[in-house]
Unconditional design. Structure first.
Length: 95
């Protein structure tokens, strides 16, 4: 029982290693693909920080709207809590 599991794990590790070797060979054969991958990674970082800043800005405006619209009809319906305000700003701001 115990040795059977170890050999299965060893085979899975070997298969994963052969897949990685195949990928490395492909990347060496096509350097343009590596350039594209590096560009995507660099762009992903920029997109992440842009998204984080947009979320922070939306959070700040949600707090403002929650405070400013308190005790109004619109405030009770759309801006009663900060989470509701963020949802309202996101959904109604993009539609």
């Amino acid at each position: 029982g115990g040795m059977g599991n170890a050999s299965i794990l060893r085979m899975a590790r070997l298969a994963r290693l052969s897949r990685m070797a195949r990928m490395a060979r492909l990347l060496r054969a096509m350097p343009e693909l590596m350039i594209l991958i590096k560009g995507i990674v660099a762009a992903t970082r920029s997109v992440f920080f842009t998204l984080a800043l947009l979320c922070l800005l939306m959070y700040i405006f949600a707090i403002m709207f929650t405070q400013l619209m308190k005790e109004t009809e619109t405030g009770e319906e759309f801006f009663s809590r900060v989470g509701d305000s963020m949802y309202t700003l996101l959904v109604y701001g993009t539609l």
